[in-house]
Design a protein around this ligand. Structure first.
Ligand SMILES: Cc1cc2nc3c(=O)[nH]c(=O)nc-3n(C[C@H](O)[C@H](O)[C@H](O)COP(=O)(O)OP(=O)(O)OC[C@H]3O[C@@H](n4cnc5c(N)ncnc54)[C@H](O)[C@@H]3O)c2cc1C
Length: 368
């Protein structure tokens, strides 16, 4: 096999392009958006992602672009520190967690994918697709066409490729919760994730020497739409009654345009993730709520495992089946354990964040 089309230039698509180029595959990648339009806030990633970034050959650029740390601090809703959870490293000499801006991560990955020789086109999507068993013929939205040995759908939560390949699949489910994120100046002592327990999850995540972000998860029954010009006030209101430190920081939430609010959805494709010469990776196959901070990590690991299985040969169908077999239980664990935290928070039930974090670290430390 040689020619692969990757549909979607997010975290999964770009890492797939890098991993496939490392193994000598010819890669075209198309991204629907005409520019890289990722949010200005950040995400948290853990030791397994740092291990994956090392395998992709981007770990130094990645760490340099973010903020590394190796403990997680757990706080009671009233602000008392309950635990400092050490988190095991998986790559010698590197931290076990990274907070990184989405734009910074996108730059690291897109620079490497371009540099590795993937042909990337922005503002293009799939207009027509036909898999005749010997190859996949694709018509593009810009009028062009191509023929490929494999198509990888890395087009995210609301995947067009998922609905095209598996029209009967269940769509994503709204989890009755939303997450609010805002960048703030980083106080000198926020050098690791500070996670506040309670029915609202609140956290502070360092992103760089000068910036951190605050996240806040809130029950959102009925999935309300919020007025863009009131987002800062709404986020501040939702923080009412939080720990004193959080309340003091909330005074700095003033720019409506800088508030990123997302209703939370999840989906797990229970059946095959592949059909013929097409396969889904990342959120297209298994989108999780962010309670364990592992959604992007699962997409990146998918990329490595898929490239490895494809390069082992033995036929595309077998390679895609082996790929899913290696990935399914791990991705299911992340989706279900994250949903459990989400649903407990929505129900106002206690959540043992320290245990959930320690369990997750143990599980994702296993080889991929
Ligand atoms: C609020 C929130 C917080 C999160 N926090 C974390 C965190 O802290 N840590 C973590 O690991 N994960 C986190 N995640 C999850 C993480 O963002 C996703 O798991 C990850 O982005 C999945 O990567 P992906 O490439 O599969 O999809 P995406 O990153 O969504 O990328 C899909 C890409 O495909 C493009 N596309 C879509 N349709 C088409 C089409 N038809 N044709 C071409 N291109 C198309 C999109 O424009 C996009 O660029 C969070 C998610 C949310 C919603």
């Amino acid at each position: 096999m040689s020619g692969v089309l990757v549909v979607g230039g997010g975290i999964g698509g770009l890492t797939a392009a890098i991993a496939l180029r490392q193994r000598g595959f010819d890669v075209d990648l198309i991204e629907r958006e005409p520019e890289w339009t990722v949010y200005g806030v950040g995400i948290i990633q853990q030791a397994n992602v740092i291990r994956a970034m090392a395998q992709l050959g981007v770990v130094d650029d990645y760490i340099h672009a973010g903020f590394g740390f190796s403990t997680v601090e757990i706080y009671a809703p009233d602000g008392r520190r309950l635990a400092v959870v050490p988190t095991p490293r998986l790559v010698e000499g590197y931290p076990s967690n990274v907070g990184i801006g989405r734009k910074a991560l996108q730059k690291v990955l897109s620079d490497r994918a371009f540099g590795a020789g993937a042909r990337i086109r922005l503002g293009v999507t799939v207009a027509a697709l036909e898999d005749d068993g010997a190859g996949v013929s694709v018509g593009f939205s810009d009028g062009g066409s191509g023929r490929y040995d494999l198509l990888i759908g890395a087009d995210g939560l609301n995947s067009q490729m998922r609905t095209t390949l598996f029209p009967e699949a269940q769509p994503p489910v709204f989890e009755n919760q939303g997450v609010w994120r805002y960048n703030l100046p980083r106080p000198a002592d926020v050098v690791s994730l500070h996670a506040f327990e309670g029915p609202r999850g609140i956290g502070l995540v360092p992103l760089s020497e000068t910036v951190m972000y605050m996240y806040l998860t809130t029950p959102e029954p009925g999935n309300p739409r919020y007025q863009p010009e009131k987002l800062a006030q709404t986020m501040r209101d939702k923080l009412a009654g939080a720990a004193p430190r959080i309340l003091a920081l909330s005074e700095l939430i003033t720019d409506d345009d800088a508030v990123v609010y997302k209703p939370l959805e999840s989906v797990l494709l229970e059946g095959p993730w592949h059909k013929g010469r097409c396969v889904l990776i990342g959120d297209a196959a298994h989108a999780t709520t962010p309670h364990l901070g592992q959604g992007a990590g699962m997409a990146i690991e998918d990329s490595l495992v898929l490239a490895e299985e494809l390069s082992r040969g033995g036929g595309t169908t077998d390679a895609l089946a082996r790929f899913q077999e290696r990935r399914f239980a791990r991705c299911r664990y992340i989706v279900e354990a994250s949903r459990a935290i989400c649903r407990a928070q929505v129900a106002g039930e206690p959540v043992d964040q320290a245990k959930a974090t320690a369990d997750m670290f143990k599980r994702v430390a296993e080889p991929i």
